[in-house]
Design a protein around this ligand. Structure first.
Ligand code: MN
Length: 357
């Protein structure tokens, strides 16, 4: 049996909208990942199976390794077609907000989203959901938003409408948000969902290769450079960092998404439980930071208290207004505070520091 995250009461309003609304827009977060795109495409296809008008809108393009997903060619990128996208959001009866918890995550879609009179349903697994939504289905304990879409469709009594294409989208989101089921996935119910998806005819091995074995030569060489020259390990703090300047990224002709996954690499070193990746982003004019940790090390506290970021306990992000040198200096300051503390819990340490400021 598959335990469902949703009761009939949870989705009562959505059920009513499904009955009376015609125009649906599905939106997801900037720099969309496998879960954002997978959950959105599955939802869109499901809505269309009910004869609804439905379209997926994201702030900026999805990475190449997701463009094979069924329906990906029909995704509207707000940045590339702002007028068209804006009109669709204004005219929508219902906007489904997938895989994000606060409006700032949808970047350039935010103003039309806030202006539209459409009903807004949020389906997401990030902690601390914002209050902008008419219906909030927030389950931080779920592996992915894609898994939640599976449960939503089942709770609506439509398991039989899930076809192979939808199953491929849902599986891709579940796989990418769990590092191919290597973290945040120790849950038997999740594998019962996977087994249903395989029953529907997906080929999980093919999906894995399409997503993870899709690098350019430049990207592989950039990874070699990063590990050899740019990774600093601080064994006494169980921590490692990787830094990259825009010039270095240019030297390897880095394209969007090429640095994806770098932050996870240091965690493969024995004894390392915290990893931070910092890179210059010329377009953004800021430093992008990614944080990953293992077990009870709360990298989201480090991200929020020191870098104005946030996220999950083991996976967080931040954008820092300053130079790479400043961010690195700030990291060392944080580590110094950590070292000085006699508390075993990094969490308490960073909380203490925050109070002092
Ligand atoms: Mn997600």
């Amino acid at each position: 049996m598959i335990e469902n995250y949703f009761s009939a009461d949870d989705i009562l309003e959505f059920r009513i909208w499904m009955r009376y609304a015609d125009r649906f827009v599905v939106i997801s977060h900037m720099a969309p990942d496998g879960d954002a795109i997978g959950s959105s495409l599955a939802m869109c296809r499901y809505l269309k199976s009910h004869g609804k008008e439905a379209v997926v809108i994201v702030p900026d393009p999805a990475p190449d390794f997701l463009m094979w997903l069924p329906g990906a060619d029909d995704i509207i990128v707000f940045g590339s077609a702002p007028d068209k996208a804006e009109k669709l959001v204004y005219k929508a009866d219902v906007v489904c907000c997938l895989d994000f918890n606060v409006v700032k995550r949808i970047d350039n879609i935010a103003s039309s989203f806030l202006y539209t009179k459409a009903k807004k349903i949020m389906i997401d697994h990030h902690p601390y959901p914002g209050a902008t939504f008419d219906v909030t289905l927030s389950h931080p304990e779920a592996s992915s938003t894609s898994e939640l879409i599976f449960h939503l469709i089942c709770a609506l009594g439509d398991f039989s409408r899930i076809d192979r294409e939808m199953a491929e989208c849902i599986y891709t989101g579940m796989m990418t948000d769990t590092g191919a089921f290597t973290y945040n996935s120790n849950n038997a119910s999740l594998f019962r969902v996977v087994s249903r998806l395989i029953d529907m005819g997906i080929d999980k091995d093919v999906i894995y290769r399409r997503v993870y074995s899709n690098y350019s030569e430049d990207r592989m060489r950039l990874q070699g450079y990063v590990l050899n020259e740019k990774m600093q390990v601080f064994p006494e703090m169980s921590t490692a960092i990787i830094t990259l300047t825009q010039d270095e990224l240019d030297r390897f002709h880095a394209r969007k998404g090429d640095t994806e996954g770098f932050v996870n690499l240091p965690l493969q070193i024995k004894g390392i439980s915290l990893s931070i990746f910092m890179r210059e982003d010329r377009e953004l004019g800021k430093i992008r930071l990614s944080f990953r940790s293992v077990g009870s090390v709360p990298c989201n506290i480090l991200a929020s208290d020191w870098f104005h970021g946030g996220g999950h306990v083991n996976a967080s992000g931040a954008q820092y207004d300053g130079t790479l040198e400043e961010v690195i200096a700030r990291f060392h300051e944080a580590m110094k505070a950590w070292k000085k503390s006699d508390s075993e819990s990094i969490k308490q340490l960073f909380r203490k520091k925050q109070k002092k400021r």
